[in-house]
Design a protein around this ligand. Sequence first.
Ligand SMILES: *Cc1c(COP(=O)(O)O)cnc(C)c1O
Length: 459
Amino acid sequence: MERKLIAEPFKIKVVEPITMTSRSQREHAMEAAGYNTFLLNSRDVYIDLLTDSGTSAMSDNQWAGMMLGDEAYAGSANFHHLETAVREIYGFNYVVPTHQGRGAENILSRIAIKPGDWVPGNMYFTTTRAHQELAGANFADVIIDEAHDPQAAHPFKGNVDLNKFQELIDRVGAGKIPYICVAVTVNLAGGQPVSMENLREVSAMARNHGIKVMFDATRCVENAYFIREREDGYQNKPIAEILKEMFSYGDGATMSGKKDCLVNIGGFLALNDAELYQKATQLVVLFEGMPSYGGLAGRDMEAMARGIYESVDYYYIQHRIEQVRYLGGELAKAGVPIVEPVGGHAVFLDARQFLPHIPQEQFPAQTLAAQLYIESGVRSMERGIVSAGRDKNGKHYLPKLELVRLTIPRRVYTYAHMDVVAEAVIALFEQRHLIKGLEMVYEPPVLRFFTARFRPLAQ
Ligand SMILES: *Cc1c(COP(=O)(O)O)cnc(C)c1O
């Protein structure tokens, strides 16, 4: 039977009460937080859609695994479980655990990049690009143009543009490109997937030129679901099989376990090459810990190993994607401008269209996120000019996409919560012309979106 909603494929065993706040409490809290949703206290938040990072609900099986932590300094049994999970599900030979994704990005950037190198990527991610640049690389965006257009209908908006990749190779030389970073799905494009065909072609082109393919695997299970849904020949394939094929086109991956591995903390660097792995183990002791724990407790590695197996369950990932799509559908029906098609982990509001009267230098997405919180207690995140930061000459990067991200934690909220969020956004949309922009009053030098502070512009 076709169902209107894909009901939760889990029952609730433990509950966590959430706080209710009044509008005046929220106005006060937002002002104290400098109009930056990152600086709010979570106890002042009703429905927290800031991020899906580390906010997942673990299963009873994962919690049971937490009690089986082998807290040995070296050679923990849980490390071997993690290694087995990564080999079986992702297909990479070697795994270096890290405290989270950026720990792996740091190590990969340092072992693979020389100053003056170029690292192409299908759009950027904040911490990923920051680590590449810190290691001396120049970043080159090689995503297809459709990704920069919030309304472009394309089933795989995360795809790499092979012409852009080839042009970069021609311009700087393959010797200056240690690897291409392929994100599956592409967070900043709206959780948009990459097709298997594209992965195959990118891999062939890279290998022809002796360039490695390194995945940002953070949301790889979501990507596999979209391939199963949209790409010919994959409709009846198990998610695990699709994932294995995706990674067969790469040489390694950085992983934020806080996303698709269904844990609250953890990550890893996965590699096939023995020599690179050797280098990674030399660095991990400096930045994270022993190669067999890398900044994680044994129990954390156990939870991540179990989460990896759970994440490829079809009913789990179907519910996740359909729940996100449901929220997007409710907003689109009401005429709210969102990024389409709706991606894997979030619904993105198009702040340029939502607030056309606010110029980008007055931070429309930042403004919208702040107003949504004041209106409803729903916490979202800016993904626009503030997140993009400044270039080497100190100028704002001016990204085409000026978005507010409503990110859905895994297995945490119900459809009733999605309805509350939709109603709040729609109410704001109806009074959008009353909303005024912001000015920045404090700006840290890197990753400014985390801690920058703002104040409302006078009339
Ligand atoms: C979250 C994320 C990272 C960084 O991972 P952390 O665990 O937050 O350090 C890297 N890439 C993408 C696409 C992400 O979403």
